[in-house]
Ligand binder design. Structure first.
Ligand code: PEP
Ligand code: MG
Length: 572
């Protein structure tokens, strides 16, 4: 093969160098009709495959404590829920009984039917995603065919190779890591595909979205996968290989260094102190926060306690969890966000447009019983920083505070609690000065703020290129929010993923932000970045950006700034 550079999307950072392995697709499944007397045998076969699949997933997780946290845990948990969902099983059995088709076919039909029925998706209910259904169907088909799990991966010699494929389930990614695959390239999907989330958690470099890559490549060419830039260099030159090997070793050294320095306070070169707290989804994550240098919890997403269960957790159960989190984080700020769920889904309907529906504080104020139970548990546990999601009006804040006062009165509590709001809808961004009179702090939720400002679904892969942090409207909106909050003398911090973006962090510092909350794994790197920056220089550069009117030009300026800092994670 001749040398070429294929461009995709960067999904999991890191470098892999070595031969490529093209993964053949799994065998197509047989479809056949059953005689009446075969039906009960077929149902038993289905049942056995379901039990086997569950057991295999359990075993797969052993030895991967990193996967017991955050998003990977939720994804894998969602798959288990779907596998054990009576509706899923009943639907498969229905096809076997009524249509007299074999179990494989019935599982496929159920997957297709569920996929169509679920339609619109929302990232808060991950188990409803097509991807999840596909993963469960794939695993069941293997067990039904009495093939070893991941048989088609076992057959291909993948050890120490960069694997190229069209589809991968999250479980397959765990298996590939165990087989010492060095990197992943997929034709479709994007950063938020579940397999890619797993790849990041397992530190497996990955690139997605290289169209037709399986047809472009032939044989087992040598390649360099650059997960920082989203490229695959096929048949690289010696010079390219040397450069990337150096980059890789620099990166490894840096990762170790970053962790060693993680617990030191972050100050810019001109001595401006910057604070970093953690975004947390599961109580199990809390003990590890110290290792990453988190100076508190800036966002505890309480939704995870409510998802994937038939009944909401009791007050007693919630109290235990909140109290444990508070004891594990003594003398540091801990901010609990009240439930940010979409109400339609909670009530069992498939919402037409969950992101614009009865979500966050709107839902909590409508379904006050859930909120009251949660508030009682939080207040009894001693929480003193509460954060409200999706606020758009002063009335919502007032209604919440009235409820909180009433509960404090019932509990005979007089202590002061701080109430903050997420600024994640443009309406809140525009009303900071008015809201400042009613709240104690602001937390900018850039993930949603970008989605609502640009009217682009943050989970929609087709919009992944356009859902841009660099859009001039986002820069202007953020500037206004920070300035108006500071003018109103209210603390403001950012808790969206934007803060963890090394290219964007200097701009945020330049706007005047000094507090951030982010995925704990990103904290060591963000602290390092701060130490390389001068607050004064950041201010000057970020102001320049206000005059730029195209996202492409903004991105270029940010890259050139990072380039000057000579950081190993700089973009090309
Ligand atoms: C946000 O919207 O930026 C945010 C932090 O909240 P979540 O990602 O939970 O919606
Ligand atoms: Mg949000």
């Amino acid at each position: 093969m001749t040398r070429m550079i294929l461009k995709g999307r960067e999904c999991s950072p890191g470098i892999a160098i070595g031969p490529v392995c093209l993964l053949p697709p799994p065998r197509p499944v047989a479809h056949y009709r059953l005689a009446q007397k075969e039906i009960s045998v077929e149902r038993k076969r289905l049942h056995r495959a379901m039990v086997q699949t569950g057991q295999q997933w359990e075993r797969l997780l052993e030895g991967h404590p990193r996967l017991q946290t955050q998003s990977p845990y939720q994804i894998l948990q969602a798959h288990r829920m779907l596998l054990n969902d009576p509706i899923f099983k009943e639907s498969c059995e229905f096809f076997i009984r009524r249509e007299k088709i074999n179990a494989e076919w019935a599982v496929e039909r159920t997957g297709q039917q569920l996929g169509v029925a679920l339609g619109t998706t929302d990232e808060t209910t991950t188990f409803k995603r097509q991807e999840d259904i596909q993963a469960v169907v794939h695993a069941l088909l293997q067990n039904l065919s009495r093939l070893e799990p991941f048989y088609w991966i076992r057959q291909a010699r993948v050890k120490n190779r960069i694997l190229v494929t069209d589809y991968l389930s999250p479980q397959a990614v765990i298996f590939l890591k165990q087989l010492n695959v060095t990197g992943l390239v997929t034709q479709s999907g994007g950063r938020n595909a579940h397999s890619m989330i797993l790849a990041r958690s397992l530190c497996l470099p990955a690139v997605s979205g290289i169209a037709d890559v399986k047809n472009i490549l032939s044989g087992r060419p040598k390649a360099i996968l650059n997960g920082f830039e989203g490229t695959l260099i096929v048949e690289p030159t010696r010079e390219e290989e040397r450069f990337h090997r150096e980059l890789l070793s620099k990166h490894q050294v840096l990762e170790g260094l970053l962790l060693r320095e993680a617990n030191q306070a972050a100050r810019t070169r001109d001595k401006k102190r910057i604070w970093f707290e953690a975004n947390v989804e599961l109580p199990e994550e809390v003990p590890a926060l110290v290792k990453y240098g988190a100076e508190g919890i800036g966002l505890f997403r309480t939704e995870s306690l409510f998802l994937y269960r038939a009944q909401p957790p009791s007050e007693k159960k919630q109290l235990q969890i909140y109290a444990r989190v508070l004891t594990q984080m003594p003398n540091t700020p801990v901010t609990f966000r009240t439930l940010d769920l979409s109400g339609e889904e909670w009530m069992g309907h498939t919402p037409v447009n969950p992101a614009l529906g009865l979500r966050g504080i709107r839902f909590s104020l409508k379904e006050t019983r859930l909120l009251e139970t949660q508030l009682r548990a939080l207040l009894k546990a001693g929480a003193n920083r509460l954060l409200l999601p999706m606020v758009t009006s002063l009335e919502e804040i007032e209604q919440f505070k009235k409820l909180a006062r009433q509960i404090q009165k019932d509990l005979k509590q007089k202590r002061k609690i701080l109430v903050g709001i997420m600024v994640e809808v443009p309406a809140a961004g525009l009303l900071i000065d008015q809201f400042a009179r009613a709240v104690d702090f602001f937390a900018i939720g850039s993930n949603d703020l970008i989605q609502y400002t640009l009217a682009m679904d943050r989970a929609n892969e087709q919009l992944a290129q356009n859902y841009s942090l660099h859009h001039p409207a986002i820069i202007r909106m953020l500037f206004q929010i920070v300035q108006n909050a500071l003018k109103a003398k209210r603390p403001v911090y950012l808790c969206g993923e934007l803060g963890a973006d090394p290219l964007f962090l200097p701009v945020l510092l330049g706007m005047g932000l000094t507090h951030f909350s982010m995925n704990p794994l990103s904290i060591p790197r963000a602290k390092k970045m701060v130490r390389l920056l001068s607050a004064k220089e950041c201010r000057r550069r970020s102001r320049q950006l206000l005059q730029v009117s195209r996202a492409g030009a903004i991105e270029k300026i940010l890259k050139s700034f990072a380039f000057k800092l000579d950081t190993p994670w700089r973009a090309g």
